[in-house]
Write a protein that binds this ligand. Structure first.
Ligand code: PLP
Length: 354
């Protein structure tokens, strides 16, 4: 760090992305990527777009907006597109938090929320999950600031119903509520239709998980025209061309190739049930997941030991070295072959323990 860095950034640790090692081939089940490649149609449209990269991309991403609006049952005015959903979340912290408006979120959730708060120089309040790792809607009544909820939550995988989210909206009549639906296509209920009733609800989506486009970086914000106008003010103040032309084209292709999307989501759900059963057979506690990952622990072995045991055997999983999560690892749902490899590695780890 140099002496020139704004002191605000000197006082906290930045977000640590899941490791992407290049030292050897790993089975990567640590960052919730989709194990399947992007839709071939999405790939083709992206290649076509590459031939016109001498031009700036469309800041309004019109072609994508029209397809997405139709798919989501909203108007184009209800949409904003960003460089991954991390960027829409960042815009939301900039737009809807401030000196007198802290951010409010669960004590165990997406690790980027506290980092965004600090990067934006706003306070935040963490509300503990229940003993069963659930968000308790009543705990958010009369919240002190802007509420951020990942639903389904990460890294637990547990979802609230849309009625429960609506309760939180009703119990906070003057607050913006941001619902991060990064995983909603794998289960759980969306609250997109509630934007018609609540003009202070922002729903965020990503193409990184269910659409196999993590490397393309594409996110969507869905909200009332008023909130979208606020977020666009931020976008046009920092980076109007935040979605590049290849990514926008890939997004159109991914949305239009519905069959491919549905097939992959279905396979991941089947594989999730397969892995959950295999782990339960081996004495694991598996939290009920509506996502493309499982958050699991086994009595007698720590999360760190599992993480290291897997890594030695060529499998990467995610381990969060925090007091509350040190018994757990988070395993992304891969292909059936990848999961079988992981299960064999697990049997070796427990054998070596004896
Ligand atoms: C993966 C993830 C995101 C961010 O995804 P992008 O790749 O930036 O679109 C946002 N929220 C949660 C809870 C996630 O797990």
């Amino acid at each position: 760090m140099s002496k020139y860095l704004n002191p605000r950034f000197g006082t906290f640790d930045a977000y640590v992305p899941g490791e992407q090692p290049r030292d050897r081939q790993y089975i990567k089940l640590n960052t919730n990527e989709n194990p399947f490649p992007p839709s071939p149609f999405a790939q083709r449209l992206a290649r076509q777009a590459a031939a016109e990269l001498q031009l700036y991309s469309d800041p309004e991403v019109k072609a994508l907006a029209s397809v997405a609006a139709q798919r989501l049952g909203v108007k184009e005015e209800n949409l904003i597109f960003t460089n991954g959903s991390d960027e829409i979340l960042y815009f939301a912290f900039l737009a809807f938090c401030g000196e007198d408006t802290p951010a409010v979120f669960p004590d165990l959730t997406y690790g980027f929320y506290p980092v965004f708060a600090r990067a934006c120089g706003v306070d935040y309040q963490e509300i503990p999950l229940s003993e069963n790792w659930e968000v308790i809607p009543g705990d958010y009544a009369g919240a002190d600031g802007t509420i951020f909820l990942a639903n389904p939550n990460a890294p637990t995988g547990i979802a609230l119903s849309s009625d429960q989210i609506e309760k939180i909206l009703i119990a906070n009549p003057d607050r913006v509520v941001v619902v991060d639906e990064a995983y909603v296509n794998f289960g759980g209920e969306t609250v997109v239709s509630l934007i018609q009733t609540y003009d202070r609800l922002l729903v965020t989506r990503t193409f990184s998980k269910s659409y196999s486009l993590a490397g393309a970086r594409l996110g969507i914000g869905i909200a009332s025209e008023g909130l979208i106008a606020d977020l666009k003010k931020i976008k046009y103040s920092v980076n109007p061309y935040n979605v590049n032309a290849m990514t926008a084209a890939a997004g159109v292709g991914a949305l239009l190739d519905r069959e491919y999307f549905e097939k992959n989501v279905e396979t991941i759900k089947e594989n999730r049930a397969y892995l959950a059963a295999a782990l339960q057979d081996r004495g694991f506690c598996v939290l009920p997941s509506e996502t493309n990952f499982l958050f699991v622990k086994k009595p007698g072995i720590s999360g760190g030991e599992l993480y290291r045991g897997f890594k030695e055997r060529g499998v990467l999983v995610r381990y969060f070295d925090l007091a509350r999560t040190k018994d757990f690892v988070r395993i992304s749902i891969g292909t059936k072959d990848e999961l079988d490899f992981l299960i064999r590695a697990l049997d070796q780890i427990t054998e070596a323990q004896k």
